[in-house]
Design a protein around this ligand. Structure first.
Ligand code: IMP
Length: 431
């Protein structure tokens, strides 16, 4: 496998963790380039279930280098917890299998607090963030007031910068929000100590990724969240604060995007969304509840029930086209077993006019109606099926109809949470 980008093609939670874990067996490096601990990538290996928030999903394979790129908003408290949690389960995280970019921005306690407080002030317009401090950290990055991992390793520089930053943040916490500010010395001690403990992992990660490429190693770029949550291309302002697709790799990993050989989107056989914001195909009634029950659709990071709906073809086509996807993986096909007739969003309608394309502007979505199409369902258990031709005819027909409507080939189907519960199609994802 050469250089591959794997990204979420819906609103996150598409099952990327499992697919990336599987592909990681055939690559040398796995690189996260955006987002932070707002992600929750679930990987099931035998009896064990792992939920990874910051560390790339390749960590479960021996001999792979996992890289947290400079575009990641890194909470060192949570990273340390994640490293310890893996160690307790027999997975040693060392500088040989994990490197962190010196330029990744640090999420501090004030970012987490401000994330919660800003949500409160947004009132009806709240985003429903994960509360992990992601938006405030990226806002500081853009405002050029953020501190990066390299700063944590230099106590005197950290002190000077954090003093200035905290003075302003405390004025906001106390003056605007009317809550207690944070103690500079306490914060300094906590974060410089974390910097010291994590120092062994901190490197020039971009250089490491480019060197690996120069030496002919294979690299997988692991996207977090999904295209519909992309800061520029998602349902703004109900989005996360980073570039979730292929476009985020240049800045977030320090790797030239034109050197990426393949791009593959991941999408469920239906749709889910957590948090607020437009979701054209959302099913509020029994169908939505049934999908949530069958798919156990509760957030891996926050435990929130996910909003559920049928597959949205125009949104998926948009996400794949935006990222130049060569193919996509349809996950959770098994969840649709036993539903009777299935449905999917085939197009949209605004003021009586049919639209095949996903509209870029949120205002158009407000008056938008979905045009759905029915497809026959199947009753047979498909979790043990490993070849496309062995699927029940109705499942094959559903997959082929969706594939034709989306217009991008399906490279793999996933029919259960385990590593081997997949049905390969074509050779796009072959080693
Ligand atoms: P934030 O990234 O915590 O700022 O949250 C912004 C929006 O993105 C909220 O609607 C979150 O629910 C959503 N979000 C963030 N990360 C994920 C994820 O990994 N999966 C699904 N939704 C996410």
């Amino acid at each position: 496998m050469a250089t591959i980008s794997v990204f979420g093609a819906q609103w996150g939670d598409e099952g990327k963790g499992k697919i990336i874990d599987r592909l990681a067996a055939d690559v040398d490096l796995i690189v996260r380039y955006q987002g932070g601990a707002n992600a929750g990538h679930t990987v099931v290996v035998g009896e064990e279930k792992y939920v990874l928030h910051l560390i790339p999903s390749g960590i479960l394979h021996r001999g792979r280098l996992n890289v947290i790129g400079g575009g990641v908003a890194l909470d060192p408290v949570l990273l340390e917890e994640e490293i310890q949690g893996l160690a307790e389960r027999g997975i040693e995280v060392t500088p040989a299998n994990l490197q962190i970019s010196a330029t990744s921005h640090v999420i501090f306690e004030h970012h987490r607090r401000l994330d919660h407080l800003s949500e409160h002030w947004r009132g009806e317009g709240r985003i429903g963030t994960t509360g992990r401090g992601i938006g405030p950290c990226y806002a500081d990055k853009a405002a050029r007031t953020g501190l990066r991992m390299a700063d944590l390793l230099e106590p005197s520089r950290c002190q000077t910068r954090l003093r200035a930053v905290l003075a302003e943040k405390n004025a906001i916490l106390e003056g605007v929000h009317g809550v207690e500010g944070l103690d500079l010395d306490e914060q300094l001690e906590r974060y410089t100590a974390l910097g010291e403990r994590l120092a062994c992992f901190v490197t020039d990660a971009g250089a490491a990724v480019r060197r690996a490429h120069r030496e002919g190693q294979s690299i997988l770029f692991e996207g977090a969240q999904g295209v519909m949550l992309d800061l520029d291309h998602g349902t703004y302002p109900f989005v996360t604060s980073s570039s979730t697709g292929v476009g985020g790799i240049g800045g977030g990993a320090g790797f030239p995007p034109q050197k990426i050989d393949r791009a593959v989107g991941i999408a469920k056989a239906y749709c889910t969304r957590v948090g607020e914001g437009p979701f054209p195909g959302e099913e509020h009634g029994e169908a939505g509840d049934a999908i949530r029950r069958a798919g156990n659709e509760f957030g891996a990071t926050t435990g929130r029930p996910r909003r559920c709906g049928w597959l949205d073809v125009p949104a998926l086509r948009y996400a794949l086209e935006l990222n130049g996807a060569d193919g996509w993986v349809m996950t959770n096909l098994d969840v649709l077993t036993g539903f009777g007739d299935l449905s999917y969003v085939a197009a949209y309608e605004v003021d009586g006019e049919r639209h095949e394309e996903y509209p870029a502007h949120l205002a158009d979505l407000a008056g938008l109606r979905t045009v759905t199409r029915e497809a026959p369902g199947w009753e047979e258990d498909i979790t043990a099926v490993r070849r496309f031709e062995d699927l029940p005819p109705a499942a094959r027909a559903y997959v082929e109809e969706i594939e034709a409507a989306v217009g991008v080939p399906i490279a793999m189907l996933s029919v259960g949470p385990e590593r081997d519960q997949v049905i390969p199609r074509g050779d796009l994802l072959s080693p």
